[in-house]
Design a protein around this ligand. Structure first.
Ligand code: GTP
Ligand code: MG
Length: 255
């Protein structure tokens, strides 16, 4: 289908992740330098923001501050999406047509993923986001393949003592995503009675995230489909104020 180009050509980053992870809090912090009280989001929200002064956009490493091109290169759009299970179509719509998207910031509540229920909910959502990126890549018709879309897993709420450290967030999510992958494959098999063996096999392959075989899912497997996954810890509130330097550095490296 033909779509009109969006009026803005600013590079954008998509904020995705379960409800309560801190997406809107991070958006507010970036926009106003202070965190205001947030409420659960019911609609997407795109806001034009500036990369903070102490980070340099990748594209401007050889420019001097004061150069108008340097100032322009610090501008980007942050696209906040609602994380509630019934409102995720807003995020998936943006994923399906990622115009000017330089990266996806998947925000995780590092304390919630210390508990099984929270871990599973987060892993399911992340699985679906990564699978959408994989399908976009493997389904591309151009020989060059589509533009790479990196993913930052922003392990938020590190100020809480119940938060898992980033390396454990990584491990636990990889393990839980392996289980989601397994149960989705089983679901597909059980519902595939109407399909011929060949169709069923194809379908299973398309819906399988990452490498096949017996091993566990690892984020590194996404490299093959044009997605580098990086995990950085941080916190938007708490402690001695926000610590989101790692996230801004990641944004800077894709700006
Ligand atoms: P939805 O809009 O429902 O998808 O959630 P969201 O991801 O936008 O969450 P939001 O930014 O509204 O934050 C949810 C709650 O977590 C709020 O009460 C925030 O104040 C709190 N919060 C956000 N970041 C942090 C953090 O770094 N540490 C702590 N302790 N709380 C945080
Ligand atoms: Mg929100």
């Amino acid at each position: 289908i033909y779509r009109k180009a969006t009026p803005t050509t600013l590079p954008s980053f998509l904020l995705i992740g379960p409800s309560g992870a801190g997406k809107t809090a991070f958006l507010t912090l970036t926009e106003r330098k202070v965190v205001a009280q947030t409420h659960t989001s019911t609609a997407p929200l795109a806001i034009e923001v500036l990369l903070p002064e102490d980070h340099t956009p990748q594209s401007s490493h050889y420019r001097s501050p004061g150069d108008p091109a340097y100032e322009r290169s610090r501008r980007f759009l942050l696209n906040d999406t609602p994380g509630h299970g019934k409102l995720r179509h807003f995020a998936t719509t943006q994923l399906a047509n990622p115009t000017n998207v330089r990266g996806i910031i998947f925000v995780v509540d590092a304390a919630t993923v210390a508990e099984e229920a929270g871990l599973n909910e987060t892993a399911e959502y992340l699985h679906d986001v990564l699978l959408a990126l994989q399908k976009r890549y493997t389904g591309a018709t151009t020989s060059k393949g589509p533009k790479e879309i990196p993913v930052l897993i922003a392990a938020n709420k590190m100020d809480l003592f119940t938060a898992l450290p980033p390396h454990l967030v990584t491990q636990q999510l990889e393990k839980a995503i392996s289980e989601v992958r397994q149960s989705r494959a089983k679901g597909l098999k059980d519902s595939g009675a109407a399909l011929s063996g060949e169709e069923e096999g194809l379908d299973e392959e398309r819906e399988w995230l990452g490498e096949g075989g017996e091993g566990n899912f690892e984020f590194g497997q996404m490299e093959e489909v044009g997605t580098t996954v990086t995990v950085h810890g941080g916190h938007v509130i708490g402690g001695d104020g926000a610590d989101v330097k790692g996230w801004y550095e990641w944004i800077a490296s894709h700006l």
